[in-house]
Ligand binder design. Structure first.
Ligand code: SAH
Length: 250
């Protein structure tokens, strides 16, 4: 059986208990290259065969899976497999081959980046949405989802796979609802020992990334949620009645 597993953003203790159990019991692990912390691979048994999918095609990955129909195979993806993991094509191929699979989620790097920043994406009075996206690169982005279009919402934004194109990201954000002063941050390798946080504004995004020498493995986050002002929550307001608590008038 093939187990798709989210390895989490980097720190080895951020894989789920279920994911760690599957890694420990795996006969074969196919991991997604440098973004998976080697410390997670070292949890595997000594007989486990380990492949780095960064050096493989989809066909080669499937061939490994097909050659060992009775093995417990862990397909280890970074963060959560459901974001930019290219898992759907693997799942569909496994279905065609009659090989069973399941999927264990992980902590995505956009959550790891928020934790590193000590930030909440969904602040009352600021934004109640997080846009997860990327800049078009060699993989195109549908026109209606261009960064310029999505930036029109002014929502909290988490931009993957784009740290090498900061100038274009900055220009696209400024073409939307963000201004030069909108807070932004670049989080390099969130939750890894070498994590680096660069706080800046949309207007200084490209220059700040350049100065810090960050070109890859980084999350760009943008929005008013990184500033100091917001409204307190209704949920924990003493005057607010919920299904679990009677509000008291001051
Ligand atoms: N499935 C993964 C994303 C894979 S795409 C997830 O859920 O996180 C790879 C991109 O994710 C990188 O280019 C970078 O933008 C981001 N990324 C992955 N790990 C990261 C980390 N520890 N810190 C910051 N960004 C990270």
């Amino acid at each position: 059986m093939v187990h798709f597993v989210g390895a989490g953003p980097g720190a080895p203790d951020l894989i789920t208990l279920r994911g760690a159990e599957l890694v420990r019991g795996a006969d074969i692990i196919i991991y997604a290259g440098s973004l998976v912390n080697p410390a997670i691979l070292s949890m595997a048994g000594s007989d486990c065969r380990i492949y780095n999918s960064a050096e493989m095609t989809l066909e080669q990955v499937l061939a490994v899976m097909e050659r060992a129909p009775d093995a417990d195979i862990v397909r280890l993806h970074t963060g959560d497999p459901c974001l930019y993991g290219a898992i759907r094509e693997q799942m569909d191929a496994l279905d065609r081959l009659g090989i069973a699979w399941d999927d264990t989620p992980g902590v995505s790097s956009f959550c790891g980046a928020a934790a590193a920043l000590g930030a909440e994406f969904t602040l009352p009075g600021v934004s109640q949405s997080v846009i997860i996206t990327r800049m078009a690169g060699r993989t195109p982005v549908p026109e209606g989802e261009s960064l310029e279009q999505l930036a029109k919402h002014g929502a909290s934004m988490s931009i993957f796979l784009s740290a090498g194109m900061l100038e274009r990201v900055q220009a696209a954000l400024l073409a939307g609802a963000y201004t030069e002063d909108t807070p932004a941050a670049i989080v390099y390798k969130a939750t890894w020992p070498e994590e680096k946080i660069v706080r800046c504004t949309v207007g200084t995004l490209a220059a700040s990334g350049e100065a810090a020498g960050i070109r890859k493995t980084a999350m760009i986050v943008v929005g008013g949620f990184l500033s100091g002002s917001y409204e307190r929550s209704k949920l924990y307001d003493p005057a607010f009645t919920t299904g679990y608590r009677e509000g008291i008038q001051p």
